[in-house]
Design a protein around this ligand. Sequence first.
Ligand code: ATP
Ligand code: MG
Length: 417
Amino acid sequence: MKSVQSVRGMHDLLPDQSMLWRGIEHTVREVLDCYGYREIRIPVLEKTDLFVRAIGNATDVVEKEMYTFEDRNGDSLSLRPEGTAGVVRAAIEHGLLHVPGLKVWYHGPMFRHERPQKGRLRQFHQFGVEVFGIEAPAVDVELIALGERLWKALGIGGRIRLEINSLGSPESRRTYREKLVEYLAGHEDQLDDDSRRRLKSNPLRIFDSKVSRTRQIMADAPRLTDSLDEDSARRFDEVRRLLDALGIAYRINPGLVRGLDYYCETVFEWITDDLGAQGTVCAGGRYDGLVEIQGGRATPGIGFAMGVERLVELVSLEDAQFPTRPAVYIVCAVDPEHGLALAEEIRNRCPGLEVACDLSGGSFKSQFKRADRSGAGKALVLGEDELADNMVVIKDLRGETAQQRLSLDEAAGVLAR
Ligand code: ATP
Ligand code: MG
């Protein structure tokens, strides 16, 4: 019978990669902890309307990327394509926004029906961070500083750069939109089909086009940063002043518009040139209107999300390995009862040591072959003689140290070192 395959664009994380993933996830959590952000866990499924309202009808995500279906009650549900909408829903639902200064992070799978390719999956993973109730531009900069610390902690600081922009207030964005549409109307016949369609629905998104003729036209388009009202301009200046004060390098990219409707004011992306076309590792910005759109009391908000798959790829380019646990492999030539008991005893005495026990009962030779393949540094050998004398043989699988015959106490001492 033909075997069933996984869904296109939805990948398994296999054992040879899982330690790397865990190492990265651990580092991310540690950095988030040291900024005092708390984890929030939200469901993978939400009502479709939540995403339509938050992300916007005329966005790629809602228009063509969501996994939407009717459940058995006839309700329209969607697999979450991103985390912010759900976090906002949960924060309103549980009254978390009554106290200003809520700082949370989430982690987990997201789902988008995109064309699968390198760096683009249909199930992918994000870590995301959200702050509510603080309007000060200093928060924008704290989030950016957190990102910068994270890349350093992951050893990929040299591969990632920061781009920022300001989308201004919703009002200044509307004024700008008119200017942009007017400019583009003069070039409509030279735009690609997708961009021509966006001209009506979401003209700012034309900045994201990858079509070279369209890009040339956009390079000469009026700039959003020139249309900012006074408040937004002052705000953006303050963000830049604080970034400079912290010594964080950035480039202003006037074409940085972000794909989701809810963004305003500061937006930013962390980008790498080392992963080919999908170079945005982390992206975010302010969404001061979002809580109100979701039915809560007007509350400023800002957040970002990073793609874990892209981070893993970047970290894999570095030689730096995450430390793996030291390991010992028990070669047992007697009744498995004794092998199991020895393994438990070593786990009791050497917490944190990875102990594998060969339970196959094969020959010494085949067990040693497996011990070698397991990557363990040392083997503990338990044969008839050792059992009779209450001893074990400890053997260095990697170095040149001669094997030793030791009591259990002595062996545990060697392993604990
Ligand atoms: P892109 O321009 O790459 O489509 P986006 O604007 O759709 O990005 P966001 O919604 O801002 O992306 O998501 C934040 C991050 O999540 C991205 O920078 C990326 O690292 C990751 N990401 C988004 N979509 C995917 C995907 N389909 N597969 C893998 N990672 C993704
Ligand atoms: Mg996208």
